[in-house]
Design a protein around this ligand. Structure first.
Ligand code: ZN
Length: 492
């Protein structure tokens, strides 16, 4: 099988180059001098050109045509599946369209940021129309007569179908709205934190928390950035977080979330290093890891007991009387406008809204000019409040400006998967809460490592979840978890 080894050798260099590009991106968001931005843009564009040429190199097509897949083992077949998907995708998009999109997206992000700053949707609308126009062309090129939205979705979640997600989301929505209403009408509402927390102390504790969740500082580091993210695969996976003096939970839970993403990448089987299997398999499965670390484990009653203790050690008395009050404060529900600040109940309602609107835009059923009204009407229905300004409404997320259509639903799919994994993990790991209350997450994180993370890209996204859980994924475990948790906290 010399074609297979030639292809894998070629692929290894492509993967290495793409990790360099990722690390340049990390550098840009953390330590790069500001004045270096124009040169960095050129460096990254040059590298992107090299990567694009490698991904569409006709030799890849020749190797793929020569290799007899049925002669390969399961791992080899999975490698070829990923390479074939990538090659077909890259060669279906006309080069002119690809270049136009790259240029437009970097310009559009600036227009969006400006329009959001001045609360002026009309200033963004013409640019969004252009982005949407190119995106619909891309979707049509990728879809081959199939559903255009599915073609975009499959960039982030292979084999997912919008019609299946729609059924799942339609089952979530009414029960989340009902739970939201019940909880917000409860007589006793948890108190928010009211104290100042020094930034250096937050960073000290956030590093401890990263270790507590199994993040390996020999292969990673935690830095500050405007937006928390995780970056890289294999032996070098870095995360970022941020601090805000009045809101240390933002720092701690952003860190735990990114540690979930980071540990997924770090815990993939070593033999997949710098191959297509050596990365998280999809955005949905990735988000399932970050969300289960953050919410089902990190915001659970057992772990918050531990966190309450370490916060008292670090900050002294910060105005919360005991571990029970602290648990309620950590999980306080309120109907804010902003997705990234939303609690566990509202978060998915944010995502469902965006999924329905972007599908309608790609289908040509919703015009850009009608977007603000459609957004605001839906927001009022699901959140019970009227949007007061565009930056709190349809101008809040960067995604659409940079052409990320089909990405939003993977957030909720990740939560659905996290709900399933939590159910299976709790059945499999004895005395999980006893250990979590002492700050020992190893039972949970080892189970996730062995049942999900180690496989990297070996299985299709849905398959890896089903294999880990022993049942087909559905929204039911997430709903049961949310209803039980918040009914207990709010006594409703
Ligand atoms: Zn995430």
């Amino acid at each position: 099988m010399s074609a297979y080894s030639d292809l894998m050798g070629y692929e290894r260099d492509t993967q290495a180059l793409s990790q360099i590009s990722v690390r340049l991106g990390w550098d840009q968001e953390t330590v790069m001098p500001r004045g270096a931005a124009p040169q960095r843009a050129e460096e990254m564009a040059a590298l992107e050109g090299v990567l694009h040429a490698r991904r569409t190199d006709p030799r890849v097509g020749d190797w793929l045509a020569t290799i007899e897949e049925n002669m390969l083992d399961t791992v080899g077949q999975a490698q070829i599946r990923h390479i074939r998907q990538g090659y077909e995708r890259a060669t279906k998009i006309p080069a002119k369209l690809a270049t136009e999109m790259v240029k437009l997206h970097s310009m559009a992000q600036g227009v969006w940021a400006e329009a959001r700053g001045t609360e002026d949707f009309d200033a963004f609308a013409p640019t969004l129309k252009e982005v949407l126009n190119l995106k619909r062309q891309e979707a049509a090129a990728l879809a081959d007569g199939g559903d255009p939205y599915d073609a975009l979705l499959n960039d982030y979640e292979s084999n997912a179908k919008a019609s299946e997600l729609e059924a799942m989301f339609n089952a979530l929505r009414p029960r989340l709205v009902a739970l939201r209403e019940k909880v917000l009408e409860a007589d006793k509402q948890p108190m928010p934190l009211d104290h100042a927390f020094a930034s250096e102390a937050q960073m000290r504790l956030t590093n401890k928390l990263a270790s507590t969740f199994g993040y390996d500082f020999n292969h990673g580091r935690v830095d500050k950035a405007v937006h928390p993210f995780s970056s890289g695969s294999g032996q070098d996976v870095r995360i970022t977080t941020r601090t805000s003096p009045r809101d240390p939970f933002n720092c701690f839970y952003s860190t735990i979330h990114e540690v979930g993403h980071g540990c997924y990448e770090l815990n993939i089987d070593d033999s997949y290093l710098l191959t297509p299997l050596g990365r998280g398999v999809s955005m949905g499965v990735h988000e399932s890891q970050s969300r289960i670390y953050e919410n089902q484990i990190g915001r659970g009653q057992a772990f918050t007991q531990h966190l309450f203790g370490v916060m008292k050690d670090e900050f002294g008395d910060f105005g919360v009387k005991d571990a029970n009050a602290f648990y309620a404060t950590v999980n306080r529900v309120n109907s804010g406008y902003i997705r990234t600040e939303a609690d566990e109940i509202h978060y998915n309602l944010h995502v469902l809204l965006r999924f329905d609107l972007e599908r309608a835009m790609i289908a040509g059923d919703l015009a850009v000019d009608d977007l603000p009204e459609a957004w605001n009407t839906r927001f009022k229905a699901d959140f019970g409040v009227a949007v007061d300004k565009p930056s709190n409404g349809c101008l809040q997320d960067v995604h659409w400006s940079v052409g990320l259509f089909g990405y939003f639903p993977t957030y909720t799919l990740g939560n659905v998967y996290a709900g399933c994994l939590n159910k299976a993990m709790r059945a499999a790991v004895p005395d999980l809460d006893g250990a979590l209350a002492k700050g020992d997450t190893s039972g949970a994180t080892n189970w996730l490592r062995d049942n999900v993370q180690t496989h990297g890209g070996l299985y299709e996204p849905k398959e890896v979840i089903e294999r880990a859980c022993g049942f087909a994924p559905s929204e039911a475990p997430l709903l049961e978890y949310l209803e039980e948790k918040f009914s207990a906290i709010y006594n409703v």
